[in-house]
Structure formats: structure tokens, C-alpha cells
Design a protein around this ligand. Structure first.
Ligand SMILES: [Ca+2]
Ligand SMILES: [Ca+2]
Length: 265
């Protein structure tokens, strides 16, 4: 028992005194004795260690709730970030697909338009045209076209003449920068033949002004080869003329388009 459990009290006991003279009498002689009484236990107070433990437990519980809250917030943030990432990936995939579609369209267009003809040749109406920049007489120009796999141009329609006349406006550097075409009357004067042997269709001719005049001022043999071109544009597409075949001019070559499909290189 601890000291806190002891209560001291003053207790008096009366005892009998023997009287020699008479009967026994009581005296007020006191005797002290130590009495120990258990006190009622006060409400138990936990020791400091227990209070510390309880406090620590409460602190842990509080910390746990805070940690749980933080984890919950982090989890929500992670879910949001994941959804944003997934959305961005989907958008990126859509953008890449659109780029791929555009690339395929351009590639298809190149295959259909550019790869029908060799580099330097221009496609039009199922034919390829090469506007030769080399000045040469008519016969050499004809040979150049042959070496390149074609021939001097044979104009078979108004539409074809329109295309060529339009292109020459851009190609010609000055008014006399003319181009040879594949028409000649060298074999028989006045009998115009194309280089493929076909006879000139009089319904499809584009002589300018008084041409052909077979002018003999500078050549007694006259003018037996045909060129074309008007830098400022030809009225009603008329820009053909006959000229001395030894004159040096640029020329127009022509050949068939390739058969599709063809791989661009
Ligand atoms: Ca002639
Ligand atoms: Ca002429």
C-alpha cells in the first residue's frame, strides 16, 4: 500500500483502572494507536506514459485521417491526369490520322498527275509535253525529241492548241523566242504533213495573218518548217508561221503518258 492510501486518525480508547479502594472505574486515559484506513480510490488518472500513449494514438488517428485524405486527393488527381492523357492521346491519334490521310491524298495526286510523265515533261490530255530550251534547227530539234522518247508535237485539236499557246506565253522570253512544232512541207510545197506522217487537217489550223507565205527573201528554197508562239498572246489562238528550217529555235516535244499505276521516284 502506498502512502497515499494511509489516513491517520486520533482514536481514544477508555480502559478500566483498578482501584484499590473500590470497584473498578473507568478513566479517561488515552492511548494512541495508528489506524490505517483505505481511502476511497480517486478516479484513476492514467500515468503519463499512458496519457502519452493515448495522445500518440489520437495523433496517429488524426495523422491517418489526414494521410487518407491526402491519398484520396492524390488518387482523384491521378485519375483526372490519366483521363486528360488518354484524351490527349486520342486527339493526337486523330491528328496523325488526318495527316496520314492528307499525305495519302497528296501522294495519290502526285501519282496521278506528275508521275504520268518524266521529270521536266508536263502532262496534259493524256500526253506529256517537253518545252525544249535548246536552240536548234528544225531537223536537230526533231532528233532531240526522238532521243527523249517522243517526237515534235503534233497538234490535233483546238484544245491542244489552247494549252500550248498558253504555256508558250510563260515560256517565251521575248517576241522572237519561237518554238518549232512537228509540221513541214519540205517534201512537197504546200502539202503540210505532221512528223507522224498524218496530213494537216485544214479544219484544225492556226496560221497567223498571211502565213504560211513560203517567204524566199533570204532562202530561195522558201520556208518549209513551222513554228509557233506569241509572247503577248495569240488572237483566236492563231500563232503558226512557216520559216526557214535552218533557223535556230526552241521546240515542243510530245509523247504519250505512262500507263498507270506508276511508282514515283
Ligand atoms: Ca513551204
Ligand atoms: Ca512564213
Amino acid at each position: 500500500m502506498s502512502e497515499a492510501d494511509i489516513l491517520y486518525s486520533d482514536v481514544k480508547f477508555r480502559r478500566a483502572r483498578e482501584n484499590t479502594d473500590g470497584p473498578t472505574s473507568l478513566s479517561a486515559e488515552s492511548t494512541y494507536s495508528e489506524v490505517k484506513i483505505l481511502k476511497a480510490q480517486p478516479p484513476s488518472q492514467p500515468p503519463d506514459s499512458q496519457r502519452a500513449a493515448v495522445s500518440a494514438g489520437r495523433s496517429w488517428a488524426t495523422s491517418g485521417r489526414v494521410a487518407l485524405l491526402v491519398l484520396s486527393v492524390l488518387l482523384v488527381a491521378a485519375v483526372v491526369a490519366l483521363r486528360v492523357t488518354i484524351y490527349q492521346n486520342i486527339q493526337t491519334k486523330k491528328s496523325l490520322q488526318q495527316l496520314q490521310d492528307k499525305y495519302d491524298a497528296v501522294a495519290t495526286n502526285l501519282t496521278n498527275e506528275t508521275c504520268k510523265c518524266d521529270v521536266g515533261w508536263e502532262p496534259h490530255g493524256g500526253k506529256c509535253y517537253f518545252f525544249s530550251p535548246y536552240d536548234a534547227d528544225w531537223n536537230k530539234s526533231r532528233n532531240i525529241c526522238r532521243v527523249l522518247g517522243g517526237h515534235l508535237v503534233v497538234i490535233e485539236s483546238r484544245e491542244e492548241q489552247r494549252f500550248l499557246e498558253s504555256r508558250l506565253r510563260e515560256k517565251m522570253e521575248h517576241a522572237e523566242d519561237k518554238f518549232w512544232i512537228g509540221l513541214t512541207d519540205a517534201e512537197t510545197e504546200g502539202e503540210w504533213l505532221w512528223v507522224d506522217g498524218s496530213r494537216l487537217d485544214e479544219r484544225v489550223t492556226f496560221w497567223i495573218g498571211y502565213e504560211p507565205d513560203n517567204w524566199k527573201m533570204y532562202n530561195l528554197g522558201g520556208e518549209n518548217c513551222v513554228g509557233m508562239g506569241e509572247k503577248v498572246g495569240a488572237r483566236n489562238l492563231k500563232c503558226w508561221f512557216d520559216k526557214n528550217c535552218i533557223e535556230l529555235h526552241k521546240s515542243i516535244c510530245e509523247k504519250q503518258e505512262r500507263k498507270l499505276p506508276h511508282t514515283c521516284v
